[in-house]
Design a protein around this ligand. Structure first.
Ligand code: C2E
Ligand code: MG
Ligand code: MG
Length: 702
């Protein structure tokens, strides 16, 4: 097609009426700015042949063409794939065909008898221009589609003004969707972003929209139709308006499933998949070289979660990067180190002479990690629990070896962290058992297998029950009664403790209310409930307790919370705020297991709690062990000097009780007075006239 400016155009008129042809010619004669050659086809068939030769710039079809019509011709031409500027002429009586003509692909239509020369000239100009634009656009679209298909990336185009997003078929396919199933809203995208990546994604986008980056780029996880998350990389660029406002952002999205499988995006270290792949190769070598010894170190950072939760993900990420650097620097060049996810790393030490070398490496790694990390103005300290596994038999699978090292790492954690443990076969069974316990524990909540026992805490002054400590019991369907020490640590580790703890709190309050209603004759009671480490650091704890109390109709002064000193120490910054908040509610706070942690006197000054519970380990042997009795005496004095009461835990004998009485301990708790009992037995005890513990207490001199 030639340019309009040259305006030497060739017109084809398909018209079966000779008079009308001359009329048309007359109209053209008056054209102002277009010079033309006019060709004439006087039948439908001749018209069709001429059109297919494509020698004209503009085609004008009359509606009436013998038995057929110009509309038929138009449709046939379009069906053959021609995109041409075609004007349809209709008679006065055929007006209703206008719409059909436009729908069929005519560029314009004109009604005979109303056509002036100027109108025709304008129409021809427009038709030629319009078609040219359309063709160009279509070619662009075809190119775009071709590129899109070839590059295997999803494409997106977000019109920020209209809030509409175009997602290409490939974009939809990456997340397992058909094109149709996906709407055009931005939520289709944002709602699928992994919660942990959401903030980072938005920050990257914001930075680009504020022109802080030249392009938007983010690697993140997006939810697939099958509910799993896939790693993708998105890139894009914004188009800015005159005021700097963002008009649209468009870009591509790449499926990283295969890239990311090999490298960790944060640290750049090999990922689990690559590590296992390497391990597989090393295992093959041991089949050829019988004495080939290698070790796997499974390393998990202690306290990482704490730092991540308190200082934020950004610092957590920085820490992981720094940890990766230090570990890499502390290894030999040939050793393989990978990030398995979270704060877990795996290391492959090839070709070592003996186990002791792996142990040396583990110690060295821990020494490196124990040096302070300076992160954006924060000084943080971590350590690592490391499990070591050696290759023992060549038929082992890479996953087995890694799991052995993982199990040994767990053992290291259990032994108090910041250490290494070498894997032994017996650990396998223990881990199996733990896994089973975890599964059962999940079911226990729904199956209501928990029960609270209550142990009296007796005031030595009044000889009455000062309070009852609620202690949880688990009725396991196969294993019978399981004591809390056997499952609370696992509940902690898995987070299940939050549900369990909430239940304990509700149940204790419910029981208290129940006793108040059914037994108004009983003295006013209070209950103490143990708070786990995780519960204590859970946001919104104050509110949760408050609403539990008001739902149960229990006064805050009837509830006491027991917190171990280690729990407070570990959360020192947030602890003081929380402690104040809980005390403001009117709750009493007690330090449990006092003496087992590492708290200093200054700590007790900054956390003025209500009660100090002296740990059972000090009461045991109290009478015979002069060192212990000295410690307990100091603890009691300390409590009193700080305005706290002292409770002795684990009182089992008459002698211990007598000693505590003599040394002005306020309250005692222990088997000597009563074991923890289910609610109904506590009722019986409470109903005993003349002081329930009179026998035990009377035998001792006042
Ligand atoms: P704890 O809070 O120090 O509770 C006292 C533990 O000492 C109880 O063990 C109790 O039965 C035991 N005890 C009391 N008097 C004596 C005695 O004279 N001799 C001996 N040998 N032991 C005595 P239990 O019930 O097995 O609970 C163990 C720990 O489990 C508790 O220590 C507490 O830390 C935790 N625990 C219990 N119930 C809960 C709960 O509902 N939530 C949380 N987070 N932890 C709980
Ligand atoms: Mg306790
Ligand atoms: Mg205790």
């Amino acid at each position: 097609m030639r340019h309009l400016d040259q305006l030497q155009i060739k017109i084809l008129l398909v018209e079966d009426d000779e008079d009308d042809f001359f009329l048309f010619e007359d109209l053209l004669a008056d054209f102002q700015s277009i010079q033309f050659d006019l060709d004439w086809a006087d039948t439908y068939e001749k018209g069709l042949q001429a059109v297919q030769r494509c020698q004209h710039d503009i085609y004008v079809f009359d509606f009436r063409l013998g038995k057929r019509t110009g509309l038929d011709l138009l449709e046939e031409v379009v069906a053959l794939g021609f995109r041409l500027p075609i004007i349809l002429l209709t008679g006065q009586e055929d007006r209703e065909t206008d719409l059909a003509a436009m729908a069929a692909g005519a560029t314009d239509y004109l009604v005979k008898g109303t056509i002036t020369s100027a109108l025709l000239e304008r129409s021809i100009r427009y038709a030629i221009n319009h078609t040219r634009t359309l063709v160009a656009l279509q070619e662009r679209e075809e190119q775009y589609d071709l590129v899109a298909q070839a590059c295997n990336d999803g494409l997106w185009d977000w019109n920020v003004q209209t809030h509409e997003v175009y997602y290409s078929p490939r974009w939809a396919a990456i997340i397992g969707h058909g094109e149709q199933a996906l709407g055009r809203s931005i939520e289709e995208w944002f709602d699928r972003i992994h919660p942990e990546d959401n903030e980072r994604f938005r920050a990257d986008l914001r930075e680009h929209c504020q022109r802080e980056t030249t392009a938007f780029e983010c690697q993140y996880r997006i939810q697939h139709q099958d509910q799993t998350y896939r790693w993708v990389s998105s890139r894009g660029m914004a188009v800015f308006g005159p005021q700097g406002q963002v008009l649209r952002i468009a870009g591509s999205q790449t499926d990283l499933t295969h890239h990311i499988a090999l490298y960790d995006y944060l640290t750049g270290l090999p990922s689990r998949a690559l590590f296992l792949d390497q391990l597989q190769r090393t295992l093959k070598r041991t089949q050829r070289q019988r004495n080939y010894l290698f070790a796997i170190l499974f390393l998990d950072c202690d306290r990482f979660k704490l730092i991540n939760d308190s200082l934020g993900h950004a610092i957590g990420d920085r820490l992981l990067v720094e940890v990766a650097k230090r570990l890499t620097a502390a290894l030999r060049p040939g050793d393989v180190i990978a990030r398995l996810g979270g704060d877990e790393f795996a290391i492959l030490l090839e070709n070592i002479p003996e186990l002791s070398l792996a142990e040396q490496v583990a110690s060295r790694l821990n020494r490196e990690l124990e040096q302070a990390f300076e992160l954006e103005g924060h000084t943080v300290y971590i350590s690592a629990s490391i499990g070591i596994a050696l290759n023992s038999d060549p038929s082992q699978q890479p996953e087995d070896l890694l799991r052995d090292a993982d199990n040994a790492m767990y053992r290291a954690k259990a032994l108090g962290k910041s250490r290494y443990v070498v894997f032994e076969d017996t650990m396998r069974d223990r881990v199996q058992a733990l896994l089973k316990l975890e599964t059962d524990l999940r079911a226990a909540i729904t199956n209501k297998e928990f029960q609270l026992y209550y142990q009296p805490i007796v005031s030595l002054a009044t000889q009455d029950i000062a309070s009852l400590e609620a202690l949880i019991r688990w009725h396991h369907p196969e294993r019978g009664l399981i004591p809390p020490n056997d499952f609370i640590p696992i509940a902690e580790e898995t987070g299940l403790i939050l549900n369990i703890g909430e239940w304990v709190l509700q149940e204790a309050c419910r029981q208290l209310w129940d006793w108040q209603q059914t037994r108004p004759d009983l003295p006013p009671l209070s209950i103490s409930v143990n708070l786990s480490r995780k519960q204590f650091s859970q946001p919104g704890l104050g509110q949760q307790i408050q609403s539990t109390l008001s739902e149960a109709g229990i006064h805050a002064r009837q509830l006491k919370l027991e917190i171990t000193e280690t729990t407070i120490m570990e959360n020192e910054t947030m602890a003081s705020e929380l402690v104040n908040q809980l005390r403001a509610l009117g709750l009493q706070l007690q330090i449990d297991d006092f003496g087992t942690g590492y708290s200093s006197l200054s700590f007790l000054h900054s956390f003025p709690l209500d009660t100090l519970k002296i740990d059972r380990s000090f009461i045991e042997g109290l009478v015979s062990d002069s060192e212990k009795s000295e410690i307990v005496r100091t603890m009691i004095t300390l409590a009193h000097n700080l305005g706290m009461t002292a409770i002795a835990e684990g009182v089992e004998t008459q002698e211990q009780l007598r000693w505590l009485q003599t040394h002005h301990c306020d309250c005692v708790q222990g088997y000597f007075l009563s074991k923890p009992l289910p609610a109904n037995q506590i009722e019986t005890l409470l109903a005993t006239p003349n002081g329930m513990f009179a026998n035990q207490l009377m035998a001792t001199p006042a």
